[in-house]
Design a protein around this ligand. Sequence first.
Ligand code: PLP
Length: 453
Amino acid sequence: IYPTKQLQERDAAHHIHPFTDTGALNREGSRIITGAEGVWLTDSDGNRYLDGMAGLWCTQVGHGRKEIADAVYDQMRQLDYYNTFFKTSHPPAVELADKLAQLTPPQFNRVFYTGSGSEANDTVFRMVRTYWDLMGEPKRKHIIGRWNGYHGSTLAGTSLGGMTAMHAQGDLPIPGVHHIAQPYWFGEGGDMSQEEFGLLTARELERAIEEIGPENVAAFIAEPIQGAGGVIIPPETYWPEISRIVKKFGILLVVDEVICGFGRLGTWFGSDYYGIEPDLMPIAKGLSSGYLPIGGVMVADKVANAFIEKGGEFFHGYTYSGHPACCAAALANLKIMEEEKLVERVAEDIGPYLQKSWKELGDHPLVGEARMVGLVGALELVPVKGDRSKAFTPVGDVGTLCRDISFNNGLVMRAVRDSMIISPPLVISHEEADMLVERATKTLDQTFDRLKR
Ligand code: PLP
């Protein structure tokens, strides 16, 4: 038994939390999670929650898998730590790199290891610019991302992402980074059809490239489906048009797979789902199901060959690039995913099963749209059913209220503005999926009642 109040007081006294209002945390205290098993979390008061977010979109194989703990323990006893700098390597780093080359699309045969998705995107930033230097086109410095995209919290990650509140803290983005509109039809599509809006937002890339000057543009970066931006599922016309534009101008395509990778959409990668051919692919999260911190950048042969053939050192790396214990965790995680056929399960079984009842929540009077691909979904909460042009004011209060009610109903959903997000572990059972929807329904009813008062 953990003394909740005491832990909360010490937490508030000594711990500054990420993405948290520190003042509110000091007033209200944190929720202390003490254990987890499968899709279930337990807090310090013994309450149980269905982890509808797989932690932070990462615990693909569910919590408490002994196979991963054992693999890490064995690895630590064999080789606790060694680095991968200066031409050294070790078996887990080699084995994982080989495995990733097998699982990723065919143009990828090499990985650059990082400790997180943010570090992966910092690596992308420097790798992209270095690639064009090596290719003798040093003017190509400009990188285009999207408004409301998320690529992490480091300087390059924040810059490449399009979260204006994040840019405001630290005077970002870094010069040379530009942003175009997101394909967020529900919120920004007006009277257009989804297809038209997909084309319009994709063509913003062409417009931006022409404005910056095609000879100055290095790369475009985007998530297959924007996660932290609110599970923005692009219209069908979007990715084919982006691919056409990227090819037309010969710029690098960076597809951030940190959320969509490792089975989330019912394919190994979001790029497989949309038929996209990236040159660089940041990965993290589901790679180890979050058991230990590890990320990486998958590097297509085209880019890797420039580094191999032109020679010279890439002055970049992290103490924990390819950490042996983290690689062992990732290998054990991928083994579970393959043995339990979790990707196929999302495509053919649990994905369609949960999507059906989730989409039925679209009939609720508080919900303007219920969308889901694979096992990632969103509910758009609206003040006027059937009218996409009306939003709650101020934006975000209803989402926060709904998230808190959901917690009290034993379900973790995330609020992004006024939409509710789920991204459960890929091992969620049919019965647990039913519970998720029951709890979400109760939460919507209670939120709706509160708003009527
Ligand atoms: N890229 C995407 C698409 C993400 O969703 C995230 C995290 O949520 C990141 C990058 C950053 O990853 P990390 O939090 O591991 O640094």
